[in-house]
Design a protein around this ligand. Sequence first.
Ligand code: SF4
Length: 145
Amino acid sequence: MESLLISACLLGADCKYSGGNNRLPDELLRRLKSKYRLVPVCPETAGGLPIPRQPSERLGEKVVSRLGADVTAQFQKGAETALELSKRFDCKKALLKENSPSCGSGRIYDGSFSRKLTEGDGVAAAMLKAEGLAIYGESVAETIL
Ligand code: SF4
């Protein structure tokens, strides 16, 4: 069975900054589970950030929290953990939460903490892409089923 790296919050893990999750609809989860061996990862908590935590956004080469703390190192460490897992389970694809500063692909929040999006990738998504994984957001999950 093919392995699929997946943002843990999409599976229902309460690892969002707020302490909540982004669980996908049950039917979609059922279909994903029947086609793939799911490999969950939450790069932000894997990098050592707590739950709950301040939301963070990418700002140039750095990642900063809403209160101004530099959390670049934690994001980097979490991305490395995601990459390590993808290699261990031989994942060629990843289904990652859209718009997140870790998991977002193509569009992320712009660093102003005003919910505005800009072109770019989250730290983990960028690292996985550079290693050749195909990244999908939850809005196009149907395309890999
Ligand atoms: Fe979900 Fe990714 Fe944020 Fe973790 S880092 S809560 S998996 S979007």
